[in-house]
Design a protein around this ligand. Structure first.
Ligand SMILES: [Zn+2]
Length: 238
Protein backbone atom coordinates (compact mmCIF):
# COMPACT_ATOMS: atom_id res chain seq x y z
CA UNK A 1 0.00 0.00 0.00
CA UNK A 2 1.69 3.21 -1.17
CA UNK A 3 1.80 6.31 0.96
CA UNK A 4 0.04 8.21 -1.86
CA UNK A 5 -2.93 5.89 -1.50
CA UNK A 6 -3.03 6.48 2.26
CA UNK A 7 -2.86 10.23 1.65
CA UNK A 8 -5.71 10.00 -0.87
CA UNK A 9 -7.83 8.05 1.60
CA UNK A 10 -7.15 10.54 4.40
CA UNK A 11 -7.96 13.43 2.02
CA UNK A 12 -11.30 11.81 1.14
CA UNK A 13 -12.14 11.37 4.83
CA UNK A 14 -11.29 15.00 5.58
CA UNK A 15 -13.50 16.19 2.72
CA UNK A 16 -16.39 14.00 3.83
CA UNK A 17 -16.05 15.38 7.32
CA UNK A 18 -15.95 18.96 5.97
CA UNK A 19 -19.15 18.44 3.99
CA UNK A 20 -20.91 17.47 7.23
CA UNK A 21 -19.59 20.43 9.21
CA UNK A 22 -19.98 23.09 6.51
CA UNK A 23 -23.17 23.56 4.50
CA UNK A 24 -22.92 22.85 0.77
CA UNK A 25 -22.43 25.87 -1.41
CA UNK A 26 -22.30 26.70 -5.11
CA UNK A 27 -18.77 26.23 -6.48
CA UNK A 28 -19.12 29.48 -8.46
CA UNK A 29 -21.06 31.93 -6.26
CA UNK A 30 -21.17 30.30 -2.80
CA UNK A 31 -24.99 30.41 -2.67
CA UNK A 32 -26.45 27.46 -0.77
CA UNK A 33 -26.63 24.63 -3.32
CA UNK A 34 -25.26 21.20 -4.08
CA UNK A 35 -22.30 21.86 -6.44
CA UNK A 36 -23.75 24.54 -8.76
CA UNK A 37 -26.85 26.66 -7.99
CA UNK A 38 -29.71 27.02 -10.49
CA UNK A 39 -28.91 30.63 -11.56
CA UNK A 40 -25.28 29.67 -12.24
CA UNK A 41 -26.36 26.56 -14.17
CA UNK A 42 -28.77 28.68 -16.24
CA UNK A 43 -26.03 31.21 -16.93
CA UNK A 44 -23.74 28.43 -18.21
CA UNK A 45 -26.37 26.66 -20.29
CA UNK A 46 -27.69 29.88 -21.88
CA UNK A 47 -24.50 30.20 -23.90
CA UNK A 48 -24.02 28.34 -27.19
CA UNK A 49 -21.40 25.59 -27.50
CA UNK A 50 -18.17 27.03 -28.85
CA UNK A 51 -16.60 25.43 -31.92
CA UNK A 52 -12.94 26.08 -32.73
CA UNK A 53 -10.55 24.47 -35.16
CA UNK A 54 -7.65 22.42 -33.89
CA UNK A 55 -4.72 21.39 -36.08
CA UNK A 56 -3.83 17.73 -35.57
CA UNK A 57 -1.38 15.89 -37.83
CA UNK A 58 -1.81 18.51 -40.51
CA UNK A 59 -5.59 18.52 -40.71
CA UNK A 60 -8.29 20.52 -39.00
CA UNK A 61 -10.49 19.04 -36.30
CA UNK A 62 -13.44 20.84 -34.72
CA UNK A 63 -13.09 21.26 -30.95
CA UNK A 64 -16.38 21.76 -29.10
CA UNK A 65 -16.30 23.25 -25.61
CA UNK A 66 -18.00 25.92 -23.50
CA UNK A 67 -18.15 29.61 -24.33
CA UNK A 68 -14.82 31.36 -23.57
CA UNK A 69 -16.56 33.76 -21.17
CA UNK A 70 -17.27 30.84 -18.81
CA UNK A 71 -14.20 28.69 -19.56
CA UNK A 72 -12.67 29.41 -16.17
CA UNK A 73 -15.96 28.82 -14.34
CA UNK A 74 -16.21 25.40 -15.94
CA UNK A 75 -12.57 24.69 -15.03
CA UNK A 76 -13.44 25.48 -11.41
CA UNK A 77 -16.35 23.03 -11.48
CA UNK A 78 -14.10 20.34 -13.00
CA UNK A 79 -11.46 21.03 -10.32
CA UNK A 80 -14.01 20.84 -7.50
CA UNK A 81 -15.29 17.56 -8.92
CA UNK A 82 -11.89 15.98 -9.53
CA UNK A 83 -9.82 17.24 -6.66
CA UNK A 84 -12.26 18.20 -3.88
CA UNK A 85 -14.63 15.37 -4.70
CA UNK A 86 -17.73 17.55 -4.92
CA UNK A 87 -19.57 14.56 -6.38
CA UNK A 88 -22.80 16.51 -7.09
CA UNK A 89 -20.86 18.42 -9.77
CA UNK A 90 -21.20 15.33 -11.99
CA UNK A 91 -24.73 16.43 -13.00
CA UNK A 92 -23.92 19.89 -14.44
CA UNK A 93 -20.73 18.50 -16.02
CA UNK A 94 -22.66 15.68 -17.70
CA UNK A 95 -25.16 18.28 -18.96
CA UNK A 96 -22.35 20.29 -20.53
CA UNK A 97 -20.82 17.20 -22.14
CA UNK A 98 -24.22 16.23 -23.55
CA UNK A 99 -24.51 19.63 -25.24
CA UNK A 100 -20.99 19.35 -26.69
CA UNK A 101 -21.70 15.88 -28.07
CA UNK A 102 -24.99 17.06 -29.55
CA UNK A 103 -23.10 19.82 -31.36
CA UNK A 104 -20.50 17.34 -32.69
CA UNK A 105 -23.24 14.93 -33.75
CA UNK A 106 -25.15 17.68 -35.58
CA UNK A 107 -22.19 18.05 -37.93
CA UNK A 108 -21.67 14.28 -38.34
CA UNK A 109 -25.04 12.60 -37.71
CA UNK A 110 -23.67 9.08 -38.05
CA UNK A 111 -23.16 6.24 -35.60
CA UNK A 112 -20.79 8.29 -33.52
CA UNK A 113 -18.24 6.52 -31.32
CA UNK A 114 -17.37 8.47 -28.19
CA UNK A 115 -13.88 7.74 -26.87
CA UNK A 116 -12.56 9.40 -23.68
CA UNK A 117 -8.93 10.17 -22.97
CA UNK A 118 -7.90 7.37 -20.58
CA UNK A 119 -6.86 8.15 -17.01
CA UNK A 120 -3.26 7.43 -16.07
CA UNK A 121 -2.58 4.72 -13.52
CA UNK A 122 -1.18 7.37 -11.22
CA UNK A 123 -4.41 9.39 -11.36
CA UNK A 124 -6.54 6.32 -10.69
CA UNK A 125 -4.34 5.41 -7.72
CA UNK A 126 -4.54 8.92 -6.34
CA UNK A 127 -8.30 9.35 -6.63
CA UNK A 128 -9.57 5.81 -6.46
CA UNK A 129 -12.09 6.54 -9.25
CA UNK A 130 -12.16 7.95 -12.78
CA UNK A 131 -13.93 11.34 -12.87
CA UNK A 132 -14.38 11.51 -16.66
CA UNK A 133 -15.92 8.01 -16.79
CA UNK A 134 -18.41 8.97 -14.08
CA UNK A 135 -19.40 12.05 -16.10
CA UNK A 136 -19.76 9.91 -19.25
CA UNK A 137 -22.06 7.52 -17.39
CA UNK A 138 -24.43 10.42 -16.65
CA UNK A 139 -24.25 11.99 -20.11
CA UNK A 140 -27.16 11.98 -22.59
CA UNK A 141 -26.00 10.75 -26.01
CA UNK A 142 -27.18 11.64 -29.49
CA UNK A 143 -29.11 8.94 -31.40
CA UNK A 144 -26.92 6.01 -32.45
CA UNK A 145 -23.87 7.12 -30.45
CA UNK A 146 -21.93 4.54 -28.44
CA UNK A 147 -19.35 5.07 -25.70
CA UNK A 148 -16.06 3.19 -25.75
CA UNK A 149 -14.61 3.73 -22.29
CA UNK A 150 -11.64 1.49 -23.07
CA UNK A 151 -11.16 2.66 -26.64
CA UNK A 152 -7.77 4.10 -25.72
CA UNK A 153 -5.14 2.95 -23.25
CA UNK A 154 -1.65 4.00 -22.26
CA UNK A 155 1.31 2.07 -23.62
CA UNK A 156 3.70 3.29 -20.92
CA UNK A 157 3.91 5.51 -17.86
CA UNK A 158 4.12 9.23 -18.66
CA UNK A 159 5.58 12.05 -16.56
CA UNK A 160 3.26 14.47 -14.79
CA UNK A 161 2.32 17.11 -17.41
CA UNK A 162 2.41 19.90 -14.83
CA UNK A 163 5.48 22.04 -15.07
CA UNK A 164 6.27 20.90 -18.64
CA UNK A 165 6.20 23.41 -21.47
CA UNK A 166 4.27 22.84 -24.69
CA UNK A 167 7.08 20.98 -26.49
CA UNK A 168 7.98 18.79 -23.53
CA UNK A 169 4.33 17.87 -23.05
CA UNK A 170 4.10 16.76 -26.66
CA UNK A 171 7.32 14.70 -26.27
CA UNK A 172 6.08 13.22 -23.01
CA UNK A 173 2.89 11.92 -24.63
CA UNK A 174 4.14 11.01 -28.12
CA UNK A 175 3.22 7.43 -28.90
CA UNK A 176 2.05 6.91 -25.31
CA UNK A 177 -1.49 5.83 -26.22
CA UNK A 178 -2.83 2.95 -28.26
CA UNK A 179 -6.26 1.96 -29.57
CA UNK A 180 -7.00 -1.78 -29.34
CA UNK A 181 -10.76 -1.58 -29.90
CA UNK A 182 -11.55 -3.29 -33.25
CA UNK A 183 -14.99 -1.63 -33.34
CA UNK A 184 -13.35 1.72 -33.94
CA UNK A 185 -11.65 0.85 -37.26
CA UNK A 186 -13.34 2.82 -40.02
CA UNK A 187 -15.73 4.42 -37.54
CA UNK A 188 -16.39 8.14 -36.91
CA UNK A 189 -14.92 8.92 -33.50
CA UNK A 190 -15.20 11.90 -31.19
CA UNK A 191 -12.44 12.21 -28.57
CA UNK A 192 -13.61 13.47 -25.17
CA UNK A 193 -11.56 15.17 -22.47
CA UNK A 194 -12.38 17.42 -19.53
CA UNK A 195 -9.91 20.31 -19.70
CA UNK A 196 -7.92 20.94 -22.90
CA UNK A 197 -4.92 23.25 -22.49
CA UNK A 198 -2.04 22.80 -24.96
CA UNK A 199 -3.81 19.98 -26.82
CA UNK A 200 -0.88 17.55 -26.34
CA UNK A 201 -3.18 14.89 -24.87
CA UNK A 202 -5.67 15.27 -27.73
CA UNK A 203 -2.82 14.93 -30.24
CA UNK A 204 -1.64 11.68 -28.63
CA UNK A 205 -5.20 10.31 -28.52
CA UNK A 206 -5.86 11.27 -32.15
CA UNK A 207 -2.59 9.71 -33.33
CA UNK A 208 -3.49 6.43 -31.63
CA UNK A 209 -6.98 6.40 -33.12
CA UNK A 210 -5.77 7.24 -36.62
CA UNK A 211 -3.19 4.46 -36.36
CA UNK A 212 -6.08 2.08 -35.65
CA UNK A 213 -7.87 3.33 -38.80
CA UNK A 214 -10.55 5.25 -36.88
CA UNK A 215 -11.95 8.39 -38.52
CA UNK A 216 -11.55 11.14 -35.93
CA UNK A 217 -14.29 13.69 -36.66
CA UNK A 218 -13.90 15.99 -33.67
CA UNK A 219 -13.04 16.66 -30.05
CA UNK A 220 -15.47 17.48 -27.24
CA UNK A 221 -14.09 19.04 -24.06
CA UNK A 222 -15.79 20.57 -21.06
CA UNK A 223 -13.53 23.58 -21.31
CA UNK A 224 -10.62 24.84 -23.41
CA UNK A 225 -8.10 27.06 -21.67
CA UNK A 226 -5.38 27.64 -24.27
CA UNK A 227 -1.95 28.91 -23.45
CA UNK A 228 -2.67 28.95 -19.77
CA UNK A 229 -0.20 27.60 -17.28
CA UNK A 230 -1.63 24.50 -15.73
CA UNK A 231 -2.60 24.77 -12.13
CA UNK A 232 -2.69 21.89 -9.66
CA UNK A 233 -6.40 21.37 -10.18
CA UNK A 234 -6.12 20.76 -13.91
CA UNK A 235 -5.15 17.70 -15.79
CA UNK A 236 -2.25 15.90 -14.26
CA UNK A 237 -1.90 13.43 -17.07
CA UNK A 238 -5.32 12.12 -16.17
ZN1 LIG B 1 -24.07 29.83 -8.06
Amino acid sequence: MGSSRVRAALGRLAREWASVVYPEECILCAAPAAAVCSPCRMRLSALPVRCETMQVRGFSLPLYSCDPSVADDVRRIVAAYKDRQVRAAVTPLAGMLSRGLAAAWAQHPQRLRVVPVPPTRRAVRRRGYVPLCDVLRRTAYPPGATVHLNGLSWTRAVADQRGLDRNRRADNLRGAMVCRDPDLAGAPVVVVDDVVTTGATIHAATEALLSAAAVVTGVVALTHIPGRRQVASERQSG
